[in-house]
Write a protein that binds this ligand. Structure first.
Ligand SMILES: [Zn+2]
Length: 280
């Protein structure tokens, strides 16, 4: 009994001078009963939210990078911007694949509409692309990417420069990082641009979704770790072997006593001074 009380006192001493490295790792979404727990909960949520915002870029760019022929869906629409002036074509193309959509003009849209009127649909979704990206020049386009919602966009316009013997076409990428540095208009129909401009609704919805996914994954991993440590009679917070002790002598975390077993494994702050005390 004396030894037991001595052990409790040692607990206090050790827990009062525990090093930051051994601080209890009580993670997010545990029972928040103290202001410190609430602050920790808010910090965890802010961290997950920031990670969710970054995940938008990571996932959107992953959707843009692969180019697998045959998976794109091409659909022609009446241009929602109409043809108020000569710049706007009356028919445009939307090329869609998982997590990516490209809006572009097409060559001879009036002829296409005359010959294939039943292949031109009305666009009912939100018009996300800027007007200047859909013109009669099919080298200009806009790209939106993200999953499950479009969350980042960029677009390309082309200008011409009259040189003495030729006309030079110059790409201007807006809110995007161009991966195709070829200045000619031939080759692949659409260049690759990593979009940077957030689309408000999609960005917020995706960020919140990712935040919950990260929080659930983190919480699940934490619970799994705690269960594994407890099943091995280790401290759930710092993994030190404590047996049936109520309070971890290393980090001070209080545990529920699983049984009335009398064996207590005690580790002082310095792991090299490990010793075991047995009391009945
Ligand atoms: Zn501990």
């Amino acid at each position: 009994m004396t030894e037991y009380h001595a052990l409790r006192e040692s607990d206090k001493i050790n827990s009062s001078r525990r090093a930051p490295f051994y601080a209890p790792t009580v993670g997010a979404f545990s029972s928040a009963t103290y202001p410190a727990d609430v602050a920790r909960l808010l910090r965890s949520f802010a961290t997950f939210f920031a990670l969710g915002a970054f995940a938008n870029f990571f996932i959107a760019w992953l959707c843009v990078l692969p180019s697998t022929p045959g998976v794109d869906r091409w659909v022609c629409y009446h241009n929602p911007y109409g043809h108020a002036d000569e710049r706007d074509p009356i028919v445009m193309i939307l090329v869609a694949s998982t997590g990516r959509e490209i809006a572009s003009g097409m060559g001879r849209p009036g002829t296409f509409l005359d010959q294939h009127p039943d292949e031109v649909y009305i666009y009912y979704d939100n018009v996300w692309w800027p007007r200047e990206s859909v013109t009669n020049d099919d080298a200009e386009f806009a790209v939106a990417a993200g999953w499950p919602m479009r969350c980042l966009m960029a677009w390309r316009t082309v200008s011409t420069v009259d040189l003495p013997e030729e006309i030079e076409f110059r790409h201007h990428d807006h809110w995007g990082i161009a991966l195709d540095v070829i200045s000619t208009r031939s080759g692949s129909l659409f260049g690759k641009i990593l979009p940077l401009l957030p689309m408000p609704i999609g960005f917020v919805v995706n960020t919140v979704s990712y935040t919950f996914v990260f929080a659930l994954a983190w919480n699940g991993t934490r619970r799994l770790n705690r269960w594994r440590r407890q099943s091995r009679n280790e401290c759930a917070a710092c993994a030190y072997p404590i047996g049936p002790a109520i309070r971890c002598p290393e980090c001070g975390t209080t545990h529920v006593v699983a049984s009335a077993s009398s064996r207590v494994a005690f580790l002082p702050v310095n792991p090299s001074q490990r010793c075991t005390i047995t009391s009945q």
